[in-house]
Design a binder for this molecule. Sequence first.
Ligand code: SF4
Ligand code: SF4
Length: 723
Amino acid sequence: MAERSFKKEVELLRLGDGDTFEGEGILAVTKALLQSGVSYVGGYQGAPVSHLMDVLNDARPIMHELGVHVETCASEAGAAAMLGASVNYPVRGAATWKSTVGTNVASDALSNLASAGVTGGAMIVIGEDYGEGSSIIQERSHAFAMKSQIWLVDPRPNLPSIVKMVEQGFELSEASSTPVMLELRIRACHVHGRFATKDNRRGTFSGQNRIADPSFDYGRICLPPATYVQEKDKIERRWPAAVNFIRDHDMNEVFHGSADDVGIVCQGGMYNAVIRALQQVGLADAFGESAIPIYCLNVTYPLVPSEVTAFCASKRAVLMVEEGQPAYLEEAVNAILRKSDVQTRVMGKGLLPTAGEYTGEAVLHGVARFVEGAVPKGVDLAPVLQRYQQIVDAKAKAVRLLGEPIPTRPPGFCTGCPERPVFSAMKLAEQKVGKFHVSADIGCHTFSTLPPFNIGNTVLGYGLGLASSTGIGPNMDRRVVSVMGDGGFWHNGLTSGVANAVFNDDDGVLVIMNNGYTSATGHQAIPSSVKGGGIRSGAFQPDGQDIERALRGVGVKWIRHVRTYSVSKVIGTLRDAMTTKRGGLKVIIADGECQLARQRRIRPEVSAKVKAGNRVVRTRFGVDEDVCTGDHSCIRLSGCPSLSVKPTSDPLRDDPVAHVNNDCVGCGLCGEVSHAAVLCPSFFKADIVRNPGRLDRWRQGLRDRVISRLSRSSDATRQENAA
Ligand code: SF4
Ligand code: SF4
């Protein structure tokens, strides 16, 4: 039950010769894979390529018709290892994941794959999660390409270029016996456009045309002495073959311009930002005709030295637009030019930011400063700089008019999230057992590190919460609590965390958030997911891939299930785990279905029931304004976006009171926290009944009559007192 369904859009994958595809980048990539004749595809979800996994899953029937196998891999390492199919056989395939984190996980398999080399084309579609919308550490995939000698394709973000690069990427892979990475930034994944389609191709071998005899070649095994030969082959044959292919097939593009004594060299993915900056200062038109020549690197590794020198030789200066650091390309271009004795000045970092996303604004500043300093021939600088200054002034004016800077909006748990109560409970448990160190993990639960909880001292990687506690645990006065999601558990936490802790007899506490999905990446299924949604909670499950069974299988003895919303129970269980005399790993499985997924799942069911005239009850919580003391401790222990403040209507008080807005999903945490923390009794629970039955109407009538009688008698008392 993924966040977004592509059931309708995947029909575009059936388009054939002469048709026109119109849609999103990520779907175009899938179409290009089918046009390239892949036999297998797989991957692990993560922005910005989560939707590619969703498309592949939704397109299973079409894939099946073509004999293409789709694998939902347990991790990026598994996805990379899948590409082993292309080592011995003329079988094309692709894997996808979020980079650089996924590439970190996959790097062992990638090194082996790159060393062995491939027979069939192998492509890794990496979602380059870099910049302001990113959720991970800021590094570049470029380093992985260079270290393993995997070719890095970075297409111009428009559909025809992306599709062409996928198709040529497979040819490049086969021509040089080397896997290829296709780097897609978030804007490329979601860019919309059109391209002329071709018929889908069946792979040489596939599920419908299977390989009869396995092939064995010791030269493909990554063991000495084969590895020495492989390294030599990479350098002496594969690399030159790749350079020749890239050059002979014009994978990189040169856009000529009249001001040809200067130029811009850019990564393919940066082309749109460059051309937009040139348009803004009047040096390019709406159709991409630029006065400044551009050398667009649709392949950023390896570079083609002859192309670099040919573009730069006649120029006084070039601007290298390379997003992120280190400046691999700028240094490489400089080295190529100096070795060829070409003295063109290469500008880059300095005019452009050393690190961080190259937004339209950052590139505009860099391009304007380059043009101002380089004074391209035939360009009248005055109007260029005037346009630039107008944009700068307009932005400065907008900032002035806004007055206060716009407050930042950090991410946080959704309304009613089942993970929030666990952190409320941890805050309250700390009051009983003292402060404890928490090893956090990757997933929605990482939001616990933000206010109001600020729980989680370190984050070391996906599924590594428990593993990251093993060094600090024995050095702490109290037991360390580690957090892990069910996604992280199956990704690698079961082995690198749990099995390791049992093996070493580590005395720690692990809380596993069992919400049923990889929620943070868009609700993709994991091994313990239940078909159709929901979670297997509570008791030991007799069959299926169950977290408790897996824990018991690797030797964990102390296991407790808690319903996350039962805050008092979570506090008690945490306290038990922290104080029990029993050594070894203590695991608390915190059961609570992801509320976002749950709401999406039940909303259509509820509206169908309402439409059919059935009785439906929706629970909501509220705050009695007359009782609320305004100390807001409930907010500090919850952080639910629905729990807010509003001005009090009491003229004798001026502090705002707590308020529950209409988004409340009635998870019950407010009431639980008030109870567990012994807060003021201002919270009330209300059942909103739709299509009420006779009993509901009778009850409501009775309540109305009692309330009206009570108010009449209190009015009468007031009048008597007044008299
Ligand atoms: S997506 Fe689900 S698990 Fe993640 S914060 Fe929202 S409700 Fe919680
Ligand atoms: S009950 Fe409280 S915590 Fe739960 S959704 Fe409503 S306001 Fe948020």
